[in-house]
Write a protein that binds this ligand. Structure first.
Ligand code: NAP
Ligand code: SF4
Length: 672
């Protein structure tokens, strides 16, 4: 079925079993005690899942290049052992693995940061030191030494990180390289640094070792590379001895979302396609490729020789195996939320996955077959209930799932209606496949009662009844203009042109997005329209392919209100919040803080802000003021002699999120 994707790739001296590359991800496992063993289990499981080639998270060639003080580096022989644990585990599963060499340059979060020129990155507090000629020669030698050590540790190759705005990329473009010596100035001098690294590695490691070069095809920053320069570099890198060129999309400081959920699937493969035919070595396309279907389509369209998927392997280690066995319906799809992966990494926590809490926790969370089959009732078919029911059933329990609504999915049924969150539907599809596979008795339109559960004589009961919206205590809250976010996202009412949203948390932002954006996920123009909106110059006439975003002011007038002081969006995801804020800003949503709600009447919403009375003349007031737990059933059952558990929003509605809900469900269902 996925003929192209699953066909082998001949690299001359070695063969890859298919066209799937598991892209580099910094999991933080490299930095914690016992991390190498955990990383070995993590990568081995993906190798067992038949990934063609794995690339590790970035490892620095020296201390200056580390992400933060003490983060992973490979610069001496005594560091080899930990890596051997990883390579042996992967090879035992007949997998192949390359180690990424990453020097952060001016993106380092420590005082020893270095860069071609002493120019601070807009996303970092640290001003780097400009490298001397000796520093540059030493760093090139460190890259080469690092690759030699990687080979000694048993890796099948290395990936040289030359994109995303890290050190090598900083040498290549004038934006960050203002040098006037032999390492700066014209293009041939600026690319000497990566070429010397790749040539040096090839000379030292010999011909039978994979060298992937991650080349920035789109810088998406001002004064980035031109297309002619990108092609020139690709040819030179091939000549220098690279085996594969992987695509780099956007610097970290770029203001274009490149991996967020609003990026159309396969949205950046067009740029790799443009490079096809310019070099003879295989090219890899990347970013927002999350299903075998889209991967196969891109390969068939000639976008690349191979596809890179990274986060999809956190969501499902067996993605490739399921594709091979024609079970793609059973793939747990990455929904690009970043909540448990990148948001964790950027807050120094071990990475995992919102839809798969086992990711990076393979040594501690396992769904083992049960010794004694129990009869289990799960009440609530939102993310928590779905996860609990499917994992318990997978382990062998006899599970009945009660859902009061006529459909499964809970809050995800609402989330999938928000433009840019369409993939949340995939999680519901995945869980449905699991419920079916493991014979869960699903009772829709069934509000389980205390008596029914008592009579059912279940061994254990899991309450996952979720939340209900908080109704704020505002005079006039019962006015016909007032609606809640569920009515809006279910399209039950026609929302007027003038709107006030009470509450600016995750759901307030989602509702505002729903009101100003149209879902383009299934449109033929999804990619071109996305690129235009965010200022990606697909003609590549501009350096860095970056131009002015074209997002237009919304036709609706929207006021997004909150009582607390300070900027909006603080509770949003660490790596995605800026995208939501940027979109609403460009749509000219009126964000008001420090709001005191006075009264709602026919005229609209009366508020007081900084001692000034204001009337917002609006057609609708949408309440997004947080949630309260729906825990009445749980409380009633507590009085019975039953084993009852409570998880997700029903347990704790404040700071409710699907990550916590699914994690609680998984840990409970693993031990029940
Ligand atoms: P939330 O993030 O806790 O936000 C609730 C909002 O309501 C706050 O802005 C709060 O602001 C306001 N509020 C609270 N009590 C109020 C009251 N009595 N009267 C008036 N306003 C009140 O909750 P949510 O927006 O319902 O989101 C729930 C959870 O879903 C989030 O915690 C998040 O984890 C998840 N989620 C995340 C995203 C995302 O990150 N993209 C999207 C959707 C959902 P003030 O107190 O300042 O008024
Ligand atoms: Fe994908 Fe979200 Fe999981 Fe990260 S946490 S791998 S973005 S589903």
């Amino acid at each position: 079925m996925y003929t192209k994707l699953l066909s082998p790739l001949d690299l001359g001296f070695t063969n890859l079993k298919n066209r799937v590359l598991m892209g580099s991800m910094h999991t933080m496992l490299e930095e914690i005690p016992g991390g190498h063993e955990r990383a070995a289990a993590f990568y081995a499981e993906r190798a067992r899942g038949q990934v063609g080639l794995i690339v590790t998270g970035g490892i620095s060639p020296n201390s200056e290049g580390t992400v933060f003080q003490g983060s992973a580096q490979l610069s001496s022989k005594d560091q080899i052992h930990g890596h051997q644990i990883i390579t042996e585990a992967v090879h035992k599963e007949d997998g192949k693995i390359c180690m990424q060499i990453l020097h952060t340059g001016r993106y380092a979060y420590h005082k020893d940061a270095v860069a071609p020129s002493a120019i601070k990155a807009p996303i970092n507090m640290v001003t780097p030191r400009a490298m001397t000629d000796d520093d540059i020669e030493r760093t090139i030698a460190d890259f080469i030494h690092c690759a030699t050590l990687a080979k000694e540790a048993g890796y099948d190759g290395v990936e040289v990180m030359g994109s995303e705005g890290y050190l090598i990329n900083q040498f290549i473009v004038k934006r960050t390289n203002k040098r006037e010596d032999e390492w700066g100035g014209d293009y041939s001098k600026r690319i000497k640094f990566p070429l010397r690294i790749v040539e040096g590695i090839r000379q030292t490691v010999g011909p039978n070792f994979i060298i992937i070069y991650r080349l920035s095809l789109l810088d998406l920053v001002e004064d980035g590379s031109s297309w002619e320069e990108v092609v020139h570099l690709a040819k030179a890198i091939e000549k220098a001895g690279a085996t594969i060129i992987n695509s780099g999309i956007g610097w970290h400081e770029a203001r274009v979302p490149t991996i967020g959920s609003m990026v159309p699937r396969g949205g950046f493969a067009w740029i790799t396609k443009r490079l096809m035919g310019q070099v003879d070595i295989p090219l890899v396309c990347t970013n927002r490729i999350n299903t075998p279907e889209i991967a196969e389509k891109l390969l068939n369209e000639g976008c690349a020789d191979m596809v890179s998927m990274a986060r999809p392997f956190l969501a499902d280690s067996q993605l490739v195996k399921k594709a091979i066995e024609n079970r793609s319906n059973e793939i747990n799809t990455c929904i690009a939320c970043n909540q448990a992966c990148l948001d964790h990494t950027f807050s120094m926590q071990v990475c995992s996955c919102l839809v798969n809490p086992r990711a990076c926790h393979e040594t501690e969370l396992n769904y083992l077959p049960v010794n004694k089959v129990k009869s289990i009732a799960v009440v609530g078919g939102g993310p928590a209930g779905l996860a609990a029911a499917s994992i318990a059933a997978q382990r062998g329990h006899k599970v009945t799932l009660f859902e009061a609504d006529n459909a499964l999915g809970g809050q995800f049924l609402l989330a999938k209606e928000v433009p840019g969150k369409e993939d949340y539907a995939e999680t519901i599809r995945y869980y449905k496949s699991q419920l079916e596979k493991y014979n869960v008795d699903v009772k829709l339109n069934t509000k389980a009662s205390k008596d029914e559960l008592v009579l059912g004589a279940y061994d254990e009961i899991i309450i996952a009844t979720g939340v209900h919206p908080r109704i704020p205590n505002i005079s006039g809250i019962e006015h016909a203009k007032v609606v809640n976010y569920i009515q809006v996202l279910r399209n039950e009412i026609e929302v007027g042109q003038r709107v006030a949203i009470i509450g600016a948390g995750g759901i307030g932002f989602d509702v505002a997005t729903y009101l100003v954006e149209e879902s383009k996920a299934n449109s033929d123009q999804a990619i071109s329209s996305y690129m235009e909106d965010w200022g990606v110059d697909m003609s590549y006439e501009k350096r860095g392919a970056f131009t002015q975003p074209a997002i237009e002011k919304s036709e609706r007038t929207i006021h997004l209100l909150k009582r607390s002081v300070g900027k909006h969006g603080k509770s949003l995801g660490k790596t995605t919040g800026w995208i939501h804020k940027s979109l609403l800003k460009q749509k000219q949503v009126n964000m008001i803080s420090n709001v005191e709600y006075k009264v709602i009447d026919d005229a609209g919403l009366h508020i007081r802000v900084n001692n000034e009375d204001i009337l917002l003349e609006v057609d609708h007031i949408i309440v997004c003021a947080g949630q309260l737990p729906s825990n009445e059933l749980y409380n009633a059952l507590l009085q019975q002699d039953l084993t009852v558990h409570i998880i997700g929003g029903a347990k704790e509605a404040a700071e409710l999120d699907a990550k916590r809900a699914i994690k609680e469900a998984a840990y409970l269902a693993a031990k029940i």
